[in-house]
Design a protein around this ligand. Structure first.
Ligand SMILES: Nc1nc2c(ncn2[C@@H]2O[C@H](COP(=O)(O)OP(=O)(O)OP(=O)(O)O)[C@@H](O)[C@H]2O)c(=O)[nH]1
Ligand SMILES: [Mg+2]
Length: 390
C-alpha cells in the first residue's frame, strides 16, 4: 500500500512539501489529522526525514501559563534563528481562539512569522487516539524542517499524559495556586517531568512550591536508589516492550549494574537537590521559576531545555525515547488498522447482530463472542479477505 505507487495528487503535495511551501505543510497536516485518503502514504514518505526536530512538551494544570510560556519560548528560539512548530492539544487554548483577547493578540504576533507554524488539535474526535495524532503531526512538522516542535497540552487526564510522552523533553508547568501541596498533584504529571517550571512566581507561594517539588525529587532519588532499574514509573497506557522508560533515573535500564546505580543515586541524594545531569548518567529534573507573562525566567527554561537535550544525546536516552516512539507508532498503526478493518466491515456488524440473541438468552457471553469473532477475522485483519471466515 504505502510502498506502492502514490496517487498523483499526493506526489504533487509531497513535491510542494519538499520545496518548503507552507500551503503544502498545512494540507499535509490536514490530510494526516483527518486520516484522509493517502494519509499513510504521506506519513510513510516523510518518515525518513524525521529526527531533526527537538520535540518539547509543555503540560500542566489549566491556566498555568503554558501558552504564554510557549509564546515566550517561540520568540526566544526565533531570536536564535530557529524555526518552531507548535501543536496545541487543547480546545480552550488561545491558539484555537477560545481565550482572552490579550492572549490572542500575543499569539498572532508569532503566528504571522513564517518561521512559526501553529496548529491546534481538538481533544475530541482525534482519529486513532490523541497521542497518535500528536505523534503524526509532530512527524509532519519535523519532516518539514522545523528545529523545535512544541506540544502544549493540559495535564489533566491520562490521554494528555500520553500526549506528553510523545516528546523528547517534557516540561511540567506548575503554579502556586495549582494545589495546597505537591501531594495533591497527579502522580503521573510528576513522573513525566524532565523540567519543572514554577510559573507565576510573581504570586505568593512560588518559593514554597519550588522547595516542595525539590524535596519530592530528592525523596524520589532516594527511593530510586533502592528500586531495581528497568521499572517504568511513567508507564500509563500500553508500553510496548521493556525500553523507552521516561522520567527520573530511568536511563540505565536493566543492563546497568544495579548496585553502581544505587550508589550513584544515593550519592546524588546526599548531595541534595542535584540539578540536571548528575554526572552518573541520571537526570534530576531542574526546577525553574518563571513569570512567563513578563518573560522572566524564560532564559532559564531555555537553558534547562538545552541541558536536557545534551543529556539525552550523551546518555543514549534520546535514541531510547525515539525507539519507544517507533514502537508506539507501529502499535498506533496496528490499532488503527485493526479497528478500521474489523469494525469498518459491514459483515462484522451483521455477524455481531446474529450473536446478540445467544448472549441475551445466556447461552454465550461477550467473551465467547469476542473470541469467536477474533478466530474468524484472520483474513479480514490481514487484508487478505473482505469478510469474516466462515
Ligand atoms: N500573574 C501571572 N500571570 C500569568 C503568568 N503567565 C501567564 N499568566 C496569565 O495566566 C493566564 C493563563 O495563561 P495561559 O498561557 O493561557 O495558560 P495555559 O496554561 O495555556 O491555559 P490553558 O491552555 O487554558 O490551560 C493568562 O491570563 C496569562 O496572561 C505569570 O507568570 N504571572
Ligand atoms: Mg493554553
Amino acid at each position: 500500500m504505502s510502498s506502492g505507487p502514490r496517487p498523483p495528487a499526493i506526489e504533487r503535495l509531497l513535491a510542494d512539501f519538499t520545496a518548503g511551501r507552507p500551503a503544502a505543510l498545512a494540507r499535509a497536516i490536514s490530510i494526516v489529522e483527518n486520516h484522509r485518503p493517502g494519509f499513510d502514504a504521506v506519513l510513510a514518505a516523510l518518515h525518513g526525514r524525521t529526527g531533526h526536530a527537538r520535540r518539547i512538551g509543555l503540560t500542566g494544570p489549566p491556566g498555568a501559563g503554558k501558552s504564554t510560556l510557549t509564546t515566550q519560548l517561540t520568540h526566544a528560539y526565533r531570536a536564535q534563528g530557529l524555526t518552531v512548530g507548535v501543536i496545541a492539544v487543547d480546545p480552550t487554548s488561545p491558539f484555537t481562539g477560545g481565550a482572552l483577547l490579550g492572549d490572542r493578540i500575543r499569539m498572532e504576533a508569532v503566528a504571522l512569522d513564517p518561521g512559526v507554524y501553529i496548529r491546534s488539535l481538538a481533544t475530541r474526535g482525534a482519529l486513532g487516539g490523541l497521542s497518535a495524532a500528536t505523534r503524526e503531526i509532530a512527524d509532519v512538522l519535523d519532516a518539514f524542517g522545523f528545529d523545535r516542535v512544541i506540544v502544549e497540552t493540559v495535564g489533566v487526564g491520562q490521554s494528555e499524559l500520553d500526549v506528553a510522552r510523545t516528546v523528547d523533553t517534557c516540561v511540567v508547568v506548575l503554579v502556586p495556586e495549582s494545589g495546597d501541596s505537591i501531594q495533591t498533584l497527579k502522580a503521573g504529571l510528576m513522573e513525566i517531568a524532565d523540567v519543572f517550571v514554577i510559573n507565576k512566581a510573581d504570586r505568593p507561594g512560588a518559593d514554597r512550591l519550588r522547595t516542595e517539588v525539590q524535596l519530592m525529587l530528592k525523596l524520589r532519588v532516594r527511593a530510586a536508589a533502592v528500586t531495581p532499574p528497568g521499572r517504568d514509573a511513567a508507564a500509563g497506557r500500553t508500553r510496548i516492550g521493556a525500553g523507552g522508560s521516561a522520567g527520573v533515573g530511568a536511563s540505565g535500564g536493566a543492563a546497568q549494574g544495579a548496585s553502581a546505580r544505587a550508589h550513584a543515586l544515593d550519592a546524588a541524594a546526599r548531595r541534595g537537590p542535584v540539578d540536571g545531569d548528575d554526572g552518573a548518567g541520571h537526570w534530576i529534573p531542574p526546577v525553574v521559576t518563571a513569570v512567563a507573562s513578563e518573560g522572566r525566567g524564560v532564559a532559564d527554561v531555555l537553558g534547562a531545555l538545552d541541558r536536557h537535550a545534551a543529556y539525552l544525546s550523551a546518555s543514549g536516552q534520546l535514541a531510547d525515547r525515539r525507539r519507544a516512539r517507533l514502537r508506539e507508532r507501529v502499535a498506533d498503526v496496528v490499532d488503527q488498522k485493526l479497528r478500521a478493518r474489523l469494525w469498518g466491515n459491514a459483515g462484522t456488524a451483521a455477524w455481531l447482530e446474529s450473536r446478540l440473541g445467544g448472549m441475551e438468552s445466556g447461552l454465550a457471553t461477550p467473551f465467547d463472542v469476542a473470541d469467536e469473532l477474533l478466530a474468524r477475522s484472520g483474513a479480514l485483519l490481514t487484508g487478505r479477505g473482505h469478510d469474516l471466515d466462515r
